[in-house]
Design a protein around this ligand. Structure first.
Ligand code: SAM
Length: 271
């Protein structure tokens, strides 16, 4: 089994996505979509951004490597009566069956950054986006103390075995030089690429930061793997303590719930 697919099918990302809905809608609102368009949501999960995009009237295809998330997305689309939203299985680094110049907008919020072969991912996003269209990515930022998920993954990976030879960290998508190089190899000059920092919020009024960490432990593939490794090395308590400390320190909810801001890099590529 493809390890990238296995990682994301391992847990149930819908349980984490439930904390991300408000910010997903806010990202889509901020795109300023005024005309009907055809959009690709790459690494779409169960539709945190694909659903609000379709609710704005766009025709949307969500592509994700995880079969369970594709199913969950199609269920959400049906329940919301969104007939112009479909989810299908696919790999961001090899979008087989997707024609060139298919989409006015290719959006990928914390999705394509997790695919291996980042140069192929950039090439595929450029290939399937129409000339005159745009690509928008949201990427976590490495070594940024305000980028919650990047910190969570940093702690998690310090408890997990070293990655295989040749592994390229997804966090490199949060670094401007890598982005310019990857899109540059796909034929996009750097003048057509802009980058800003933005903030996502992980929100659950009814769950404490410790409860939220326990959700990541039970349902988020990378954190599940870290806990499995920590179990073997007898370090589970240490891992949980570090993650709960992180979430508690970043939490802004003062009423027993959770609201954790998470800085990300927003990349816009104009074709
Ligand atoms: C952190 S989740 C984000 C999901 C969604 N964009 C959201 O904001 O809720 C990462 C997503 O990327 C998907 N993914 C990982 N590698 C992928 C690949 N090679 N091709 C397509 N999707 C991939 C995962 O299955 C998962 O749904």
């Amino acid at each position: 089994m493809n390890p990238n697919k296995a990682l994301w099918e391992k847990g149930d990302f819908t349980k984490i996505a439930a904390l991300m809905r408000q910010s997903g809608e806010a990202v889509v609102q901020s795109l300023g979509i005024t005309t009907p368009l055809r959009a690709l949501d790459l690494g779409s999960g169960d539709g945190t951004t694909a659903v609000p995009l379709a609710q704005l009237g766009a025709e949307v295809v969500g592509i994700d490597i995880a079969q369970n998330l594709v199913e969950a997305g199609n269920k959400r689309a049906a329940e919301a009566g969104l007939s112009r939203l479909t989810f299908q299985e696919g790999d961001a680094s090899d979008l087989q069956g997707v024609d060139d110049d298919s989409f006015d907008l290719t959006l990928s919020v914390f999705g394509a950054m997790f695919a291996p072969k980042p140069f192929d991912v950039a090439k595929e996003m450029v290939r399937v986006t129409k000339p005159g269209g745009r690509i928008v990515m949201g990427n976590w930022i490495p070594n940024d103390e305000t980028s919650f998920v990047s910190q969570l993954l940093k702690i998690s990976s310090s408890f997990a075995p070293p990655p295989p030879e040749g592994f390229v960290s997804p966090m490199t998508w949060g670094v401007d030089t890598h982005i310019i190089e990857r899109f540059g190899q796909a034929g996009v000059p750097k003048e057509q690429i802009s980058m800003d920092t933005d903030t996502f919020h992980f929100v659950s009024p009814d769950e404490s930061p410790a409860d939220v960490i326990d959700l990541f432990r039970r349902f988020y593939g990378p954190t599940m793997n870290a806990f499995e490794a920590a179990q073997e090395s007898g370090k589970v308590d240490d891992l949980r303590r570090q993650l709960v400390e992180l979430a508690t320190a970043m939490n802004q909810d003062t009423d027993g719930g959770t609201s954790i801001p998470a800085t990300f890099l927003r990349v816009t590529v104009r074709l």
